[in-house]
Design a protein around this ligand. Sequence first.
Ligand SMILES: O=c1nc2n(C[C@H](O)[C@H](O)[C@H](O)CO)c3cc(O)ccc3cc-2c(=O)[nH]1
Ligand SMILES: C[C@H]1O[C@@H](n2cnc3c(N)ncnc32)[C@H](O)[C@@H]1O
Ligand code: MET
Ligand code: SF4
Length: 319
Amino acid sequence: MSRIVTYSPAYTLVPTYECFNRCSYCNFRVDPGRDSWLAIAQAKKILKSFQGTGIVEILILSGEVHPQSPRRKAWFEHLYDLCELALSLGFLPHTNAGPLSWEEMTRLKQVNVSMGLMVEQLTPKLLETVHRHAPSKVPSLRLQQLEWAGELKIPFTTGLLLGIGETVADWKDTLRAIARLHQRWGNIQEVILQPHSPGTQQSLSAPVFPPEKLPRAIAIARDILPSDITLQIPPNLIAQPNLLLDCIAAGATDLGGISPKDEVNPNYPHPTFQSLAQILEPEGWQFRPRLPVYPQYYNWLSPRLQEAIHKIARAILLS
Ligand SMILES: O=c1nc2n(C[C@H](O)[C@H](O)[C@H](O)CO)c3cc(O)ccc3cc-2c(=O)[nH]1
Ligand SMILES: C[C@H]1O[C@@H](n2cnc3c(N)ncnc32)[C@H](O)[C@@H]1O
Ligand code: MET
Ligand code: SF4
């Protein structure tokens, strides 16, 4: 058995924190109209400063403008322009900006090597609690995004948010739905198991997801999901080295994008590569960088994106 744990050296660009949803666990959003958008010139300055540092992935993580808003088009063009900029500077974009229209997804595919959207949880009861003011979190809408990504041949990252009022039976329902979609379209590259971690901005007063329950959640996911889907856990939300090792032993073999700041959970800074390697390597795990798209999907991408991937792969081999 190969004992390899992976991560993606990443930087997160936030086009805007403004969001028309109000998920009660969110520490990221601000009210619509109350945030200026990240200027392209500023993004260019930031990205240039990361050239040659080993960072490959640019995660474009955004708050959302309502699909029917007159500002939606400008918001979307801004996302597109940021992806185009990152790609032109030699990085590989991965966008997670909430649900997109079919046309928006089709266009973003041109400038993203993969995209993502968490299913969170499928149980409709959350629409009366944490998602009461979050129209983007309607379960059928999110499942449809996974399905569209499949039809459009977009390598996709999804996941579950744990500890927001769901049961273990609810996890299983959500995992089975992801497995079914993957059996149909084959496009789910990874599933993130994200423990709810309270921050200073959220209105929800639910406690942190009990960390000791994570290995079981991972084992359940590993059992339900097809083996070609990688399981990802966020190392900054799993503070204890022993627990991190237990999670890995249970089947989570990827630690996701590791960037200078976790924009979603700003109260929990990402550990460094070195500190993680010090936990993993004595236990016999090799800790290795990966790209934001998995090799089995390279031939789903346009020649331009494949060329960008091969350029980076060559640079890594030569370094
Ligand atoms: O640093 C983070 N990266 C997050 N990422 C980034 C992710 O780790 C990487 O972009 C993917 O693994 C691709 O390499 C997400 C990506 C998604 O598609 C969906 C959800 C997330 C959530 C987070 C997150 O909370 N924090
Ligand atoms: C980008 C993803 O981050 C997750 N997310 C949002 N808020 C929190 C929180 N307080 N703790 C953990 N994960 C969170 C959601 O699953 C969202 O889809
Ligand atoms: C901080 S969440 C960012 C992505 C998007 N708004 C979602 O919730 O799916
Ligand atoms: S989690 Fe995403 S959709 Fe929900 S309020 Fe925060 S930014 Fe908006």
